[in-house]
Write a protein that binds this ligand. Structure first.
Ligand code: ZN
Length: 65
């Protein structure tokens, strides 16, 4: 979890689908595909994701047992 981690993401462009390798520091940012030139957003892992939901309720779903 420390240092530079390489993330591999496939270009969403169906006519391209080039696999891009980007550093973990690019998470949440836009990178340009070298294949087709479209901007691709690098997904952010949940642990580091900005709080999109302001609800204080925990997201854990337990089975009603
Ligand atoms: Zn592309």
């Amino acid at each position: 979890m420390a240092g530079d981690e390489v993330i591999r993401i496939m270009c969403p462009n169906l006519g391209c689908q080039r696999v891009l390798a980007v550093p973990s520091s690019a998470r949440g940012k836009l990178v340009r595909c070298r294949g087709c030139g479209s901007n691709i957003r690098i997904p952010v892992p949940r642990a580091e994701a900005p709080a999109a939901q302001s609800a204080p309720n925990s997201q854990q779903q337990r089975p009603a047992a």
